[in-house]
Structures are given as structure tokens and as C-alpha cells.
Design a binder for this molecule. Structure first.
Ligand code: NAD
Length: 259
């Protein structure tokens, strides 16, 4: 595979870090962003270099700030190189019924899960067009395709990501740029472990019992998806073989959305 310049938004833990490791192992240049302390960033960057990344750059930006996101993308192109592959992965969750949903949490969930994607895509699209190549991969969710109660902001944002994906795929259809959304089911990451903890506190059952119930409720193959499996799907979408795969919302969910 050709060595690409890849920017992964939200790669300091969970799925984003898994994707970064798979892409680093293939020798790509990796720029990444995400919230973490200094020691964690050093450890993540060292790991990606050890795995074989051609270069590694970290950008410390809170992506709720749109101007800062646009500045980060411009700086990345100057310091790393022209971005060939953009992976919008950052996400946060808040679980509450609509009447108790804090306004500030609604704003944060929409800003991180949806609006940041608008800013990153708008920042890289001209360069991709000029070079005649681009791959944009948005990590949506099964919640971009179906809903769950008490997740109004997240489900709205993730459905929005699917809509954004389809729209930009049409805008770029003849430019050598593909735009796709990946829609994972449950992946055992800090984002999901926080929800398992909440359920465990409410029910009095153990963390492992709640993890098992969570997976049995929705994911028919009763197996957590792994970050590495999502990284491998990204590799496929980056490949020449996937040139006609665009405008898609692709579940990787153990048949959750087959219900
Ligand atoms: P995670 O909490 O492990 O990782 C989220 C990443 O986003 C981290 O790097 C975090 O630092 C970054 N981030 C969050 N807020 C940020 C901010 N304000 N500024 C900059 N970075 C910020 O979660 P995860 O489970 O790995 O989720 C990754 C993506 O996958 C999210 O978009 C999530 O919605 C989606 N997803 C997760 C699951 C799952 O089961 N875990 C399922 C479907 C979709």
C-alpha cells in the first residue's frame, strides 16, 4: 500500500488508538489529537513509532472550539504533510432522558461528535481535490442508524454524521475522494465502560455481569467489536480496491442493526 498522511481525531484512547496502531503498523504518517496528559501522549507517540509509523505528530486541541480545529488542521498540513486520509473518531456520550438532559452536555455532544467533523472536513477538502485523492472516514455508530432511549444528543449527532457523510460524498464524487461512515456496535472502551459502571451502580450487580447483559441485550453475536477490527476496516477504505465505496454507512455490529 502507498504510504499516506493520516490525521486521526480522538486517538488517545479506545477505537481511535486502535485505528492508529493498525495504521502505524502499515508505515503510514500519523497525526493525531485527543485529550490526555503529557505522559500518556509520550507513551502513545512512542508506541506508534515503535509499530512503524513513518512519522508521528500530536495536536493538543479541544475540538469543541471550531476555530482551533481549523487552525490545527492547517498546522498539521504544514508540519506533517498534505492530509490524504482524515479519520473523524472523537466522541463523547451523555445518558439522560430529554427532560433532564443538561443543555451544556447537549452542546458538548453535538460539538464533539458532529460539528468538529464539519470543521475538519471543510479544512482538508480543497487540498484533497487539488491532489485528486482523499479518504474521509467518519466513525459514527449503530446509533447513526437506529436509536436507544436516553441518548438523544448522541443519536442525533451520530445520525447527523451519516447525513454529513452522504452529503460530502456527493460533493466529492468526481474528485477522487471517498467519504464513508463506520457504524460500530458495542466496543469495550472507556466510553462504554463508563456506561457499564453507571448500570452496575444502579443495579448493584458486578461490572462483568453488567458488561455481559449489555452485549446480550443488543448485539446478536454476543461479542464486543474490537478497535483493531475497525482499524482494519479503515485500511480497506483507504485502499485502491475501495475506490467505488463512498457515501456508505457501514455497520460493524454483530448484527445489531439486522433486528
Ligand atoms: P473513548 O472515550 O475511548 O475515545 C474518545 C476519543 O475522543 C479520545 O481520544 C478523547 O480524548 C477524544 N475526545 C473526546 N472529547 C474531546 C474533545 N473535546 N477534544 C478532543 N478530543 C476529544 O471512546 P471510544 O469508545 O473509543 O469512541 C470513539 C468513537 O467511536 C466515538 O465517536 C464514539 O461515539 C464511537 N463509537 C463507540 C462505540 C463503542 O462501543 N465504544 C460504538 C459506536 C461508536
Amino acid at each position: 500500500m502507498i504510504t499516506r498522511y493520516v490525521f486521526i481525531i480522538g486517538a488517545t484512547s479506545g477505537i481511535g488508538y486502535g485505528i492508529a496502531q493498525i495504521l502505524a503498523s502499515e508505515g503510514h504518517h500519523i497525526a493525531y489529537n485527543g485529550l490526555a496528559d503529557f505522559e500518556e501522549i509520550i507513551a502513545i507517540s512512542d508506541k506508534l513509532k515503535d509499530l512503524g509509523a513513518a512519522s508521528v505528530h500530536y495536536f493538543d486541541v479541544d475540538i469543541r472550539n471550531g476555530d482551533a480545529v481549523r487552525e490545527m488542521m492547517a498546522t498539521a498540513e504544514l508540519t506533517m504533510g498534505p492530509i490524504d486520509v482524515l479519520i473523524n473518531n472523537a466522541g463523547i456520550q451523555h445518558v439522560a432522558p430529554i427532560e433532564k438532559f443538561p443543555i451544556s452536555r447537549w452542546d458538548d455532544v453535538i460539538a464533539v461528535n458532529l460539528t468538529a467533523n464539519f470543521h475538519t472536513i471543510a479544512s482538508v477538502i480543497d487540498g484533497m481535490r487539488i491532489r485528486g485523492f482523499g479518504r474521509i472516514i467518519n466513525i459514527s455508530s449503530v446509533h447513526g442508524l437506529v436509536a436507544s432511549a436516553n441518548k438523544s444528543a448522541y443519536v442525533s449527532a451520530k445520525h447527523g454524521v451519516v447525513g454529513l457523510t452522504k452529503t460530502i460524498a456527493l460533493e466529492c464524487a468526481t474528485d477522487g475522494i471517498t467519504v464513508n461512515a463506520i457504524c460500530p456496535g458495542w466496543v469495550r472502551t472507556p466510553l462504554v465502560e463508563a456506561q457499564i459502571h453507571e448500570r452496575s451502580e444502579a443495579s448493584g450487580r458486578s461490572f462483568e455481569e453488567e458488561a455481559s447483559t449489555l452485549i446480550q441485550e443488543r448485539q446478536p453475536n454476543q461479542t464486543f467489536v474490537t478497535p483493531e477490527q475497525i482499524g482494519s476496516l479503515c485500511l480497506y477504505l483507504m485502499s485502491e480496491a475501495a475506490v467505488s465505496v463512498t457515501g456508505m454507512a457501514m455497520p460493524i455490529d454483530g448484527a445489531w442493526t439486522a433486528h
